[in-house]
Structure formats: C-alpha cells, structure tokens
Design a protein around this ligand. Structure first.
Ligand code: ARG
Length: 621
C-alpha cells in the first residue's frame, strides 16, 4: 500500500513540475509584453530609405499598396540601390520601362529624404542616395544600439511556441534529433529577435509501446551495476536485445504490449520504472544540450498527454470526426480530402503518437494562446503533421488565427547514404562532437603552434561546436546534409571558423590601434563627424544596413541560412575594405575614428549574427 502511494506521487510530482515550469513561462510572457524595450523597425535607416522611395512610387503610380523591394545592384551598375518594376508594371498592365521612367522622373522631381536621384535601366530604376547622410545614419544607428542592433518590433506582442529536439527516452540522441535541436534553437533566437515572445518546448518521446519492451527487457536482464556505469548505453543494449530475441519469440512482443497497457493505466510498478528511465535519459540529454548551449523553457513529454488524448478521441468519436472499426475496435479517422486515413487509438485502447500530439496542440493553444506553433521535425513526418493539423482544425482544437507549421528538414547522410544502426554507419553524437573539437584543435595548432594549451582547448571547443552548428544551418534546411570536415573547417569561407577568424582579426586590428593611439572613445564621435572616402567603405555600410532586414527575412521564411549567407558576404566585403585601406596609417583622426567605427560595427554584427545561430566567438585565436 505504502509503495503504491509513493509511486502515485511520482507521476503527480512530475505533473506538478510541468505545471510549475508552465506558470514561470506564462508570467515571463506577460512581463515581456508589458516591459520589453522593442527596437522600432521603422527607425532603421533601411526602412527610412525604403519609406522615402515607396512613398514616391505609390504616389507616382497611384497604387496604394505597391510593394517595393530595394536591392543592391552589381558593382558596375551606377546607383546605390535598384528597384525592379516588373511586378508593378504587370499590375498596371503597362510596359516595364515606361513604368520605370515614370517612377524615375517623379523621384527626381521629389527628391525625398535620403534619395538624391534616379536613372532608368530597362525594367530597373537605379536610385542614388545622399551617400554621406545615409552612411552617417547607418553607423550612428549601430553605435547607438550596440548589441541590440538587428532587433525589431515587427512581431511585438506575438507568441510563438517552438517544438524542437524532442529525442526519444532510453535511446541516445542521434543526428536527426541533432538537426532539430540546432534548427529549432536558431529559429527560437531569430523569432525572439523580431519581437516574438518564445516558448521553447522539448516534446520528449517518453511514451509508447517501446516502454513496454524496455520494461520487459529490464525485468528479464537488467543489471543495476551496468546501468549505474553507463545508463543510456545499457538501456539501448537492453532494447536492442529485446528486438533481436523477439523476432524469434513473438510472445515476447505480446508481453511487452501488456506491460505498456499497464503503464498507460498508471500501474505503480510500471510508473516507477518509466520515471527512472526518463530521469536517466534526461540527465544524458542535458549534457549534450549544455555543450551546444541549448536551453528549453519546458520539457513536456508525450507522457503528459495520454489521459487527455483519450478524452479527445472520445470527443472526436462523439462528434463524428472518427469512427470505431467494427472488426478491430481500433479508432480510425477516414480520409480527409487528399489526406489518407489514419489510426487515432489502438486496438488495445492505448494512445498513439498522433493522438498525444492532438492533446498537446489543444494544451498549447489553451495555455499560451500562441500566434504560431512550429514543429521542427524531419521531412519524413510530413504526412503525420498534415493529418494532425487537418483533424485539429476540423475538430476545433486549433483556434482560427493560430498558425501551426511543420518545419521539416532533410536527412544527415554519410558518404551519400542514409545512416543506419544495423549497417554500423551511424555516427553517435558524442563521437561527432569530440571529433569536431579534435579536428579544430589540429587546425588551430597549425595556425598558431605556440598557443597556450588551456586557451587552445577553450577555443577548439568553440570552433568545433560552431562547425557542427554552422554546417547544418548554412544550407537551405530542407536539403540533406553531410559532414565534410574540410569544408566545415575551411578557413577560406563557407564555415563558422571563417567568420570567427574575421571577428578575431578585427579585434586584433582594434587592439593594435589602441596601442598606437590610446583608448578610442567613439561615443564622442558626432553623427556629423562620421565620414568615408572609399567605395568599399560605403559598400560595407550598405551591407551592415541590411542586417535587420535579413533577420526579418530569416524569420518570415523560417530559414536561418539567410543569416549565414549574409554574414559570409559581410566578411568578404570587410576583407576588400581592409585590403584597400590602412586604418593604422590614416592620419586624419575623424576619418580614422569613422573607420574604427565601421570595423567595430562589422565585428559586432558578426558576433550578433553568429549568436542568433547559437554559435560563440572566441576573443582571440
Ligand atoms: N519524438 C519524436 C520523434 O523522434 C519527435 C516529436 C516532435 N514533436 C511533436 N510534437 N510531434 O520522432
């Protein structure tokens, strides 16, 4: 009896922990919406400039809602920015070059704000700005905002729940879950940056028939000593052993299913074992999360939703969204449009991944009133989420106005093929991380053979982990990725270490400047004092100007890779500027300080951009 009560407490305790974490987040969101200091997107120079152009275009063409995109033209084209008029001409049913001419003429007549004049080139209007003024606006904005440069209020007041990582208990985290973890964390950062309040939820796979198998295996072969030594390895071995033996002894599978049914009914003995496996796994996951710098607000696993899932299935049955299969007693949802039919409750009455997800979705909608819920899960679950979202919409568990999105991603390949446990081509995460750190160390040592060993270890960890994160994020996420060490650690570009080096290099330039000229105080640099002489400086400032827009684009399209592409282009432009100009030899103090401000801004944006991808920068390397 005593034992029974204690175990009941176990599940209740777990539920209380969840409730506590939820209420902490709810309070934080309310607080954030009231008191967060949002940076106004409309105050960014890019927006002011765009505003000046858009106003003229709208008036000129008489289209109230005309969308105008400003792009940076190739360097042989005159003008600082270009407006492409194809879409506008189509809307008006007029010839593109005539529309372009009309716009250019009106810009030249009006000369609003930052805009100086315009010329026509085919279907493009090339816009010339008051360079000096724009340049000053850009740099003084960055100096004023510092680390907040890039933030905005575009989505102020909105809430997003990001569901990512979600590994399965009693198994090691694999590379698939690694991708979800990396992409999900980057999206959390990027969403937050554009004004969203973000709930980072780890929807642990901590329920399902596999627990029946695991409990069976543990009861048969479990060895406490081995478990204490290597919990996850041992649990995995038990699981594998079960699978091998149960192929020949199918009755084992029946027994395991019975055990899971007992767990579903919260049988005390089962709950105790389950809780133990869960705690051991979480501890192991935590180690990886810490290494990668990943943080969650809530760890609400599937287990939390079994009872509610059951209720919802009954409700759906009563309302005719599903039906009981006569022969098997299982609950089925029939084909909806082009979405194929699927199971909602098993024949033995137990819940399913999808029914638990249905309850999760309802819980999220009620608890956090989110504007968006993102499910960062591999492409292979695409159909599952189509089924979930469609049923949730029909059965009204998903309020109108709430957006649920499946953020899919490709597989991790090894030598062009999918990895498989059976074929032994699986890379374990621990192995991957330590390999990356080891290789980073080699490269760092080649560059700097006298590095202090302690410093070297620290930097190698930052570089090694950055390489893994960046390799994942630099490509469009729906594509498959692989681990190509030469490319991941390429000092010439296309890698995190290239950006980290650029950052460190700017810092060392700034240090040298301080040695020569003493402490440099940019706060005394008046907007009117900021100047430049070379095109490469202006080009660099224009690029810096685009940073807030790029973050907005990455958020809108759920694609962190836009940030990567941008940062690489920025670093490249910095290199041309640096090769062309010697800041150290710049005699004129105002010009020198402006160049310092420019360099500092680049360093700041590289650091900030990488931090959105959850990648750190070393101060020296
Ligand atoms: N644990 C699941 C898996 O490994 C992923 C869960 C994703 N989130 C969700 N709400 N279904 O396949």
């Amino acid at each position: 009896m005593e034992m029974k009560e204690k175990n009941q407490d176990e599940f209740e305790k777990y539920k209380a922990e969840v409730a506590e974490s939820v209420s902490v987040v709810q309070k934080r969101i309310i607080e954030e919406k009231k008191n967060r200091n949002y940076v106004k997107f409309s105050d960014y120079p890019s927006e002011e400039l765009k505003d000046d152009v858009v106003k003229t275009v709208r008036e000129s063409l008489g289209i109230e809602d005309a969308e105008v995109g400003l792009s940076v033209p190739p360097s042989h084209v005159p003008g600082d920015f270009a407006i492409e008029v194809f879409a506008l001409a189509k809307k008006l049913g007029e010839k593109p070059n005539e529309v372009a001419k009309k716009i250019a003429d009106d810009i030249n007549k009006g000369q609003a704000g930052l805009v100086k004049d315009a010329t026509v080139a085919g279907a493009f209007v090339n816009v010339e700005t008051h360079k000096e003024r724009l340049y000053q606006d850009i740099l003084s904005k960055i100096l004023e905002l510092g680390e907040s440069y890039g933030e905005s209020d575009i989505n102020a007041g909105k809430t997003a729940i990001i569901d990512y990582s979600a590994p399965n208990i009693a198994k090691p985290i694999g590379v698939g879950h690694l991708r979800s973890t990396i992409i999900g964390q980057a999206l959390s950062n990027i969403y937050h940056e554009t004004g969203y309040s973000v709930v980072r939820d780890n929807h642990l796979g901590d329920w399902g028939t596999q627990f029946g198998s695991l409990i069976y295996a543990y009861k048969e072969w479990g060895d406490e000593k081995k478990i204490a030594g290597n919990p996850i390895g041992e649990l995995k071995d038990l699981y594998v052993r079960f699978h091998q033996l149960s192929e020949e002894h199918p009755e084992m599978k029946d027994k395991a299913r019975e055990l899971f049914v007992r767990l579903e009914k919260k049988d005390q003995e089962m709950v105790a074992l389950w809780k133990r496996f869960r705690d051991l796994s979480l501890k192991d996951f935590e180690r990886v999360y810490e290494q990668l710098g990943i943080k969650f607000d809530t760890n609400i696993g599937e287990s939390y939703f079994t009872e509610q899932a059951d209720k919802l299935v009954d409700e759906c049955l009563a309302n005719g969204f599903c039906r009981k299969d006569e022969a098997s007693e299982a609950v089925v949802v029939d084909q909806m449009g082009d979405i194929p039919s699927f199971l909602l409750r098993k024949q033995d009455g137990s819940s399913l991944y999808l029914s638990r997800d249905l309850a999760t979705l309802q819980f999220r909608a009620n608890t956090f009133k989110p504007d968006a819920v993102l499910y960062v899960v591999g492409n292979e679950q695409d159909l599952n989420f189509k089924q979930l979202f469609e049923l949730a919409k029909r059965a009204k568990y998903m309020p109108d106005g709430m957006v649920a999105k499946h953020i899919g991603f490709g597989m991790v390949l090894r030598e062009g093929k999918k990895m498989s446990t059976r074929k032994g081509t699986l890379i374990e995460l621990d192995e991957l991380i330590s390999q990356s750190i080891e290789k980073s160390k080699e490269i760092l040592l080649q560059k700097n053979p006298d590095a202090d060993p302690k410093e070297l270890d620290k930097v190698a960890e930052i570089v090694g982990i950055g390489a893994i994160l960046y390799n994942d994020l630099r490509q469009s996420r729906v594509k498959n990725i692989s681990f190509d060490w030469d490319r991941m650690l390429d000092l010439e570009g296309g890698s995190a270490v290239y950006l980290q080096y650029s950052y460190v290099r700017i810092n060392s330039i700034l240090r040298k400047l301080t040695e020569t000229y003493g402490e440099i105080d940019l706060s005394t640099l008046d907007k009117g004092d900021i100047s430049f002489t070379n095109k490469s400086e202006f080009d660099l400032a224009k690029k810096l100007m685009m940073f807030p827009e790029i973050i907005a684009k990455a958020q809108e399209t759920d694609s962190p890779h836009h940030v990567c592409v941008y940062l690489e282009e920025l670093a490249l432009l910095f290199n041309s500027f640096y090769n062309e100009t010697s800041i150290l030899k710049t005699e004129d103090q105002k010009l020198r300080d402006s160049r310092i401000a420019l360099s500092k801004s680049v360093a700041l944006v590289i650091k900030k951009g990488l931090s959105l991808l959850n990648i750190k920068v070393p101060e020296k390397m």
